[in-house]
Design a protein around this ligand. Structure first.
Ligand code: DP6
Length: 391
């Protein structure tokens, strides 16, 4: 058997959104996108892989449960990794012929809709690249698993270039700046309760591409300028500019969802209340101090600088009361400062129904995938799951 490789990989939250594919099969986007990679100490996917002449089939376990290996996206990732290994002559043919075992889990609820596929595929592809000793950039292979996964291959702030080639070989992610460049940058993820069955990103993108005129306008006119400007804002640590572009781009993405036909919406009344709160807060401050962004679901990701965190958390606790007070704020250590009467009066917002925000995850910008060598592999010495779920 080969050695077991174990990797942890981060989630990323886009500030310029990817929405729409030029090529569905190869997952090539219609536009560039930009994101921040978040700390793996707070949220991560973890994956162990190994190959052996004793394995009879390729097998995969997700969160302990055996899943089918036949998904085309999974197959594409493994095929491309092996082709790279052949091109780079990094392993021999015998090694390449052995079957593989993959065991993967997330340390956060998959159902919360928190970019789990991005972390999962970045983790898988990085682990495979290490197993097959690949040296070149693998973001274009992670992209074949889930578009946004290519951005989780790097830490800090990341730019996914749409590319122009038909085979997608130039549709890759590059790092704008590393995780230590803007050390004060923080993120608060507000997990919003929602039981509705939503349109998957893959399906939503397809409807938007086929029907939304606003999407065409966005691709031609808005994204190129915004991408350039936000990269500059990140390099210059210009929070006001960063915040304004982030919020406008999130709003435009959700406007496209409503401009699609039939339309669909990811934000709920609670999401809209969060938007209202952020704008009022920024108005009181006289400049943008908090930026919101929403993906294909109702959860908010608020970007803000460290000095704002406890004040903003105090306001969130007031506006979105909880019945689980002891574990409402998860992640990095912090304390909420209770909101002052004056600020509350200026905000003039009433608290929402209890638990409309289920909990908050406090995190920061972090590094890309890393190999774990502390012996906490998800596969045992024979290459089988350490903690299988027996059904
Ligand atoms: C709204 O990467 O999940 O989060 O490529 O079809 O797997 P597929 O879609 P996915 O889409 C993410 C969409 C988004 C915006 C973003 O992350 O840029």
């Amino acid at each position: 058997m080969s050695g077991i490789i174990t990797v942890v990989a981060p989630v990323n939250i886009a500030v310029i959104k990817y929405w729409g594919k030029r090529d569905e099969e190869l997952i090539i986007p219609l536009n560039d996108s930009v994101s921040a990679t978040l700390d793996t100490n707070v949220m991560c996917a973890k994956t162990s892989v190994c190959v052996s002449p004793d394995f009879t089939n390729n097998e995969i376990w997700l969160n302990g449960k055996k899943e089918s290996f036949t998904s085309p996206r999974l197959q594409n990732c493994l095929r491309e990794i092996k082709l790279r290994a052949v091109a780079e002559r990094s392993v021999d043919d015998v090694f390449l012929s052995w079957k593989i075992h993959v065991c993967s889990e997330n340390n956060f609820p998959t159902a919360a809709g928190l970019a789990s596929s991005a972390a999962g595929y970045a983790c898988l592809v990085t682990a495979l690249a290490k197993l097959y000793k690949i040296k070149s950039d693998v973001s274009s292979i992670a992209r074949l698993g889930s578009g946004s996964a290519c951005r989780s291959v790097y830490g800090g702030f990341v730019h996914w270039h749409a590319g122009v080639k038909a085979d997608g070989s130039d549709s890759v992610a590059t790092q704008i700046v590393g995780s230590s460049h803007w050390p004060q940058m923080r993120a608060l993820i507000l997990v919003v309760g929602d039981d509705r069955k939503k349109v998957s990103s893959t399906k939503g993108m397809k409807i938007s591409k086929e029907t939304s005129e606003l999407l065409q306008y966005r691709i031609e006119k808005c994204v190129p300028r915004r991408t350039e400007e936000i990269c500059e804002a990140i390099k210059n640590k210009d929070f006001s500019k960063f915040a304004e572009i982030t919020m406008k781009d999130s709003n435009q993405f959700h406007a496209i969802c409503l401009d699609s036909y039939p339309p669909f919406a990811y934000m709920t009344a609670t999401s809209l209340k969060i938007i209202d709160f952020v704008h009022k807060y920024n108005e009181i401050c006289g400049e943008p101090r908090v930026a919101y962004t929403f993906d294909a679901g109702p959860n908010a990701c608020l970007y803000l600088l460290e000095e704002e965190v406890s004040k903003v958390l105090g306001l969130i606790q007031y506006l979105f009361p909880t019945t689980i007070s002891d574990s409402f704020i998860k992640g990095l250590d912090t304390k909420a400062t209770p909101a002052s009467e004056e600020v509350l009066q200026n905000l003039s917002l009433q608290p929402e129904a209890k638990d409309s925000v289920k909990y908050v995850i406090y995190t920061k910008v972090g590094d890309g995938p890393t190999e774990v060598t502390d012996g906490s592999s998800l596969l045992n010495d024979a290459g089988w799951p350490v903690n299988p779920v027996i059904e």
